[in-house]
Design a protein around this ligand. Structure first.
Ligand SMILES: NC(=O)c1ccc[n+]([C@@H]2O[C@H](COP(=O)([O-])OP(=O)(O)OC[C@H]3O[C@@H](n4cnc5c(N)ncnc54)[C@H](OP(=O)(O)O)[C@@H]3O)[C@@H](O)[C@H]2O)c1
Length: 319
């Protein structure tokens, strides 16, 4: 089968199109003929071995695929366990393989899986969004952000403030339902957030950028507000000052999707069913930013890391 593989860690040039033997499913594993593979920002961290989980070489990247079960012919979307997705055939644990409802297309199924479930848990499980609260979604035109913006109001938000780096991305965030969209740059960010919230501090911030954006966001948080940190797209991590947290009754919470995998019956199945139902009813629209041929996986990762993309990025293993 054709696959993209890396035999060393490094820049996009380490991603090579190769021929590999078809993977053989073990007990409680499913073999999937891949129609589309999802690209996630984490793949760019993993390529350099800078992800939360250490990677082993040689590595076929790719955490999620949509396609057809080789054994039953059922159309499914699946989480591969962090490797193996950028290929014509992929393995996934049966517990992390889900039937795709009729009417949900491949791009939507992939968008809702890792990024959609993340957005859902950021609001509900970690951000604990309550009715009428204000929420800031950073990188609101991205894969996770575009879904977090759309889910915010249905999950209770009273005001949704998006951030993004360009006019076009901010316009997309407004189209997706944000009440206000502001520039993400950390310089003056606290003031822009307050202004976008009618002068008041905000209840929830969803941040996967980190560094100065994290610090500026924390300063905009109301007493009992929650800042959820779930990524470091900007490359810097933070060490919040505990005295400052105490003084302002602020909470900083973390989220890593991996912990949802440990409790699929509770943390994967019900929220995914909810996301699919919203998509089927036409309430949630996955933004598919681009589909790249498998051989152009390096370009997909580069475009993502260099902030040129919106929404979900896909790889077509047959192109
Ligand atoms: N913790 C978890 O389990 C989990 C799960 C899913 C995703 N994530 C994290 O969520 C973030 C978004 O992931 P995604 O796959 O949905 O990607 P994405 O949002 O589609 O792409 C990343 C976006 O981040 C923004 N960004 C801001 N500063 C950046 C910088 N210095 N370099 C690159 N991008 C920057 C860019 O939007 P602007 O141009 O608008 O700034 C860019 O388009 C990533 O950090 C990812 O690791 C974490």
């Amino acid at each position: 089968m054709r696959a993209v593989q890396q035999r060393e860690f490094g820049g996009p040039e380490v991603l090579e199109l190769v021929e590999l033997p078809a993977p053989v499913p073990g007990p409680r594993e499913v073999l999937i003929e891949v129609a589309r593979a999802g690209v996630n920002f984490a793949d760019t961290h993993q390529r350099r071995n800078e992800y939360l989980a250490a990677a082993e070489l040689p590595l076929v990247p790719g955490s999620e695929v949509v396609g057809v079960r080789a054994d039953t012919g059922e159309r499914v979307v699946a989480l591969t366990g962090g490797r193996g997705g950028y290929a014509e055939l992929a393995l996934a644990p049966a517990a992390h393989t889900f039937p795709v409802p009729d009417g949900v297309d491949d791009g939507t199924a992939l968008a809702l899986l890792l990024q959609g479930l993340t957005a859902w848990h950021l609001h509900r499980t970690v951000g604990r969004l309550a009715a009428g609260e204000s929420v800031v979604v950073h990188a609101a035109a991205g894969g996770t952000g575009s879904l977090a913006v759309q889910l915010a109001r249905p999950l209770g938000a009273g005001r949704v403030i998006a951030t993004a780096s360009t006019d076009a991305k901010r316009a997309l965030a407004i189209e997706l339902g944000a009440d206000a969209a502001i520039e993400t740059d950390a310089e003056g960010l606290t003031e822009r957030i307050l202004q976008a919230n009618g002068g008041a501090p905000v209840d929830v911030v969803l941040d996967a950028i980190g560094g100065p954006v994290f610090d500026a966001s924390l300063e905009a948080l109301a007493p009992f507000g929650r800042l959820v940190t779930y990524g470091v797209s900007g490359g810097a991590t933070n060490a919040p000052n505990t005295r400052g947290l105490m003084r302002h009754s602020r909470t900083v919470a973390g989220f890593w999707f991996r912990h949802c995998l440990e409790r699929p019956a509770e943390l994967l199945d019900p929220p995914l069913a909810d996301l699919f139902a919203r998509a089927s009813r036409g309430e949630l629209h996955a933004v598919v930013g681009a589909t790249y041929p498998l051989a152009q996986a390096a370009r997909a990762q580069t475009d993502l890391a260099e902030r040129r993309t919106t929404g979900k990025l896909l790889l077509d293993p047959r192109a």
